[in-house]
Every structure is written in C-alpha cells, then in structure tokens.
Design a protein around this ligand. Structure first.
Ligand code: ZN
Length: 283
C-alpha cells in the first residue's frame, strides 16, 4: 500500500508499555515498604494508606514509551490506515443520511484495560463496543507474519479494517441487536450468529479495500495479502494449528473460505447493502 505522506488519524491512543496501567512497580514497592516499616512501629496501616499519594497513575500516563524505529514506523502506518477508514466510513454514512463517529485506536503492550475488561496480546486485536475503541498490540503483526504466514502491509491494514468493521456494526445498531438475540439462544445458535457478525466485518474490510484502491494507493499483491490474512486467521485454520482438529460448532469467525468470500464481496461491490450476512442463505 502506498501510504507515505497520507493523512495520519489523530485518534490513536498510545498506551504501549503500560501493561494495563499498572507499571509503576518501583512506586508500589516503595509504598509497601513504608507501610511495613510503619506497621512494625505500631501505626495503623489504613491511616498510612490515606497519606501515601497514589503514585502509580500520574507519572506513567503522561509519557508513552516510544518503541524502536520499526515499531514507530508501524505506528505511523496504522495511523494512516485508521485515517483511511475514517474517510471511507464518513463518506458512506453521509451518503446514507447517517453520522459516523470515529473510533479510537489504542496501542498497547501485553495487556490493557478496556470497558470490556482486561484484554491481552494473546487474544489478538479486538474491538470493545463499550468504549468504542479498537485495541491492538503491534507485536500481533509479528505473529501474523510468522505463525499465520501472512506478511505484507495490506494484511496489517486488513486487521485494522476488520476491527473498524465491528465499530460500524456498533454504530448501525447491528451488534446490539445480535447481542440481544444471542441472550435468548443456545450456545451453538449464538455462535452461528457470531460467525455472521464476523463475516460482515470482513465484508466491511473489503469495502475499505475498494476505497483504498479507488484512491490509487493499492500496490500489486495487496489484495492477495489481505485475502491471505483473512484465510489464515479463519477459525478453522487457527483451530487446526492449535489443536490439530476442527470443531465446527465452536466457530465464531467463519471458515477461511467464508472469510475470503465476504471480503471479496465487499471489495467487488463496495456497497454496504450487499453485506447482509444475516439474511444470506449461504455463507
Ligand atoms: Zn472480528
């Protein structure tokens, strides 16, 4: 993808190096030692706790860690990709008489606190509807390259575009409706609905890819990179890799083939009315 010189989104929140906001080990340990000494001297620990300033938050929240040059480059890249998703969805929402609200992209290391609870790098990038933020540990891209054998910058762009697709579903009320229905269903039925939600996010990622192509920013092999990633992180592929067998009932993202098909649909049509995975008779 030709991304250099393109607008970087301002909606990136850099929380790298915070590990869920509890990194001030030194301060915490210092506090603990003070309390132990004071208790040994006969003081009431509760009183001391009130006097000790809470030194974990302010000192860490002001200065995000800057990574190495490669990771800074990656941060720039995802900021441009997020900017493109803003452009395309602003445009599509406006044309449909709706207003798009930009989501925030949170960069984190290892683990992160979100309105949806504690997220970890191990579970991969995710979208939290509760705070309308996309979370990603940039080291996931290393995993995408190695474990899922999906190199290339457009594979990385696809990951962001998919998560933003979940944000679009939130704004359109789709995910809320699905969630309400799932509460009254068996687990297997609820999973089947989750698959449709995931495939629609892939469709939306395809719509994004078409927009980038129209701007003349796609390079040869970009679409193949995205398709490769969609296929590699399909549930069947992941399950085969981790457990050696495939269990269709627990699928929540769709098979590789389904993900490819819906991404392609989005890319070929660019029309969100074609992305109704919920009434599609065949996925
Ligand atoms: Zn998803």
């Amino acid at each position: 993808m030709r991304w250099r010189g393109e607008r970087e989104s301002g909606n990136v929140e850099d929380r790298r190096g915070f590990s869920g906001g509890r990194v001030a080990v030194g301060g915490g340990l210092g506090t603990l030692i003070i309390i132990i000494i004071a208790v040994l001297l006969g003081a009431d620990p509760r009183q001391i706790l009130q006097q000790v300033p809470n030194d974990t938050a302010p000192s860490t929240s002001t200065a995000p860690r800057t990574g190495n040059a490669e990771e800074e480059e990656l941060k720039k890249f995802v900021s441009v990709v997020l900017g493109k998703t803003e452009d395309v969805w602003q445009d599509i929402f406006r044309k449909n008489g709706k207003q798009y609200r930009d989501p925030t992209l949170v960069l984190f290391t290892d683990q992160v606190e979100s309105a949806c609870g504690l997220g970890s790098a191990a579970s991969g990038p995710f979208y939290c509807p509760g705070d309308q933020k996309v979370y990603i540990d940039l080291s996931f891209y290393e995993e995408l390259r190695r474990r899922f054998r999906s190199p290339g910058d457009f594979a990385q762009a696809y990951v962001i575009a998919h998560e933003v697709g979940h944000h679009v579903q939130k704004l359109l009320g789709i995910s809320d409706r699905v969630e309400a229905m799932q509460r009254r269903m068996s687990e297997a039925d609820a999973n089947r609905l989750s698959v449709r939600l995931e495939l629609q996010a892939d469709f939306f990622a395809g719509v994004f890819a078409r927009y980038v192509q129209k701007q003349g920013l796609l390079e040869e092999g970009d679409i193949e990179e995205a398709l490769n990633a969609a296929s590699a992180i399909g549930d069947d592929a992941i399950q085969k890799q981790t457990s050696g067998r495939v269990v269709p009932d627990s699928f929540t993202h769709g098979t590789s083939e389904q993900r490819l098909r819906w991404f392609r649909n989005g890319f070929d049509t660019g029309d969100i009315s074609e992305g109704d995975t919920f009434s599609a008779t065949s996925l």
